[in-house]
Design a protein around this ligand. Sequence first.
Ligand code: ATP
Ligand code: MG
Length: 420
Amino acid sequence: MSTFQAPKGTYDLTPPDSAKFLAVREAISAPLRDSGYGYIETPGFENVELFARGVGESTDIVTKEMYTLTTKGGSQLALRPEGTASVLRAALQANLHKAGNLPVKLWYSGSYYRYERPQKGRYRHFSQVGAEAIGTEDPVLDAELIILADQAYRSLGLRRFRILLNSLGDKECRPVYREALQTFLRDLDLDEETRRRIEINPLRVLDDKRADVQKQLTDAPKFRDYLCDACKAYHEEVRALLTAAGVAFEDDEKLVRGLDYYTRTTFEFVHDGLGSQSAVGGGGRYDGLSEMIGGPELPSVGWALGVDRTVLALEAEGVELDLPATTSVYAVPLGEEARRVLFGVVTELRRAGIAADFAFGGRGLKGAMKSANRSGARYTLVAGERDLAEGVVQLKDMESGEQSAVPLAEAAAELAKRLG
Ligand code: ATP
Ligand code: MG
C-alpha cells in the first residue's frame, strides 16, 4: 500500500472538485437558514451508549457499522454514525427545549462514520447536512422539512429525484401492526439472521434489499390498514400540505428506514441515476427518541441528506454547478521590486474585499500567465521595471484581451470600479 493512500472506504476532497461539496452544503443549508433553523455543531464522537439507545441495538448501524473505541481512561466511545441522536443529546444538555420556544429548530453539517462494505456511493467516511425540529407535533412541521429538502435539491438543479413517503404509526398502532407482520414473516423461507430480525425488529425485514426476500413480501400486511385514526389523520394532513405546496411524492408502504426511532412520517429522497445506492437522503418523525435516551417527551422530526451521494446525483444528471471563479485579480510581478509593489496592491485589494492572488516564486512571464489563466481571474496586473519607472502597472482584461497602463496609485481603485 502506498504511503499516500487514504484508508479503505474513504476519499479526500481536493480542489477543484471540493468546491462542489462546499456548494452542495451551502445549497442544502440555505433554505434551512432562511426558515428559522439555527446552526448546531456536536463532537465527532459520543458515548457509545447514546447510539446504542438512540439508534437502536438491533440496527445494522449499531451492530455492524459503528466504529467504537475505548479511551486510555476506559470510556467507551463511538465515532458518530449519524446526527440525530447527538443533536438531540446536545439540545437536552443545553436545555434548548426549556427556553419556551418550541420547536427547537436546528441544522448541522459534518462527517459521519460507518464501517460498511465500500462501493460507489457507500463509504466509511461521508458527509451529511441535516435538520431537526424538536419538541412539536404538528404535520405542518413534517411538511416544512420535506418542502425545504425539495427546495434545496431543486436549487441545485436536480430533477430526477423522487420523494418516498410512509407512516410508521405510533405507540398505539405500531405494536398491533408489528404483531401482524411477525405472524406473516414467520411463515416465510428466510435465513437464520433474518428470522432473528423478525423477533427483534420485524419492520426492518421490509427494508431487506435482496430480491428473493422482496419477492416473498408482496402480500405482507400493509401498515396503511393498521394505522390508528390519529395517525391516519396526521398522515393525510402531511400529504395534503405537500400537495398544496406542489411537492410530488410517492406513497411507499415498504419504506421503513434503517433506524429504530422513527414514528409516523417517514420519507426518503431517492435518485434514479445512482444505481443501488439510490437514497440521497431520508428522515422522519421520531417522537420517542428523547425518552429513549433519558429525556422528557419531545416529539420531533428531522432529515439528513448525504452530501457525497448528492454530488454523485449531480454528476449523474450532468448538472454543472454555476461556481464563480474564486479569484478576481491575479498579479504577475516581473523582478524584485515589482514583487514588493504588486504584493502591496494585492494586499490592498484583499482588504477591499476583492479576491486576489499572486504569482509566487519569481516565475517567468509565461508560466505566471498560465497560472493567471487557470485561476479564472477576470483581470491580471503585470508590472516590470520599466512600468514601475513610469509609475504604472499593466492591467489586462482576461476576457477581452485588452491591456492598458494604469497609474500604480490608482490600480486598486480602478479594479474595484471595474469589478463593480
Ligand atoms: P442506505 O440504505 O443506503 O444504507 P441509510 O438508510 O443507512 O442509507 P441514512 O442513515 O438515512 O442512510 O443516512 C442519510 C443519508 O446519508 C443517506 O441517504 C445517504 O445519502 C447518506 N449515507 C448514509 N450512509 C452512507 C455511506 N456509507 N456513504 C455515503 N453516504 C451515506
Ligand atoms: Mg445504511
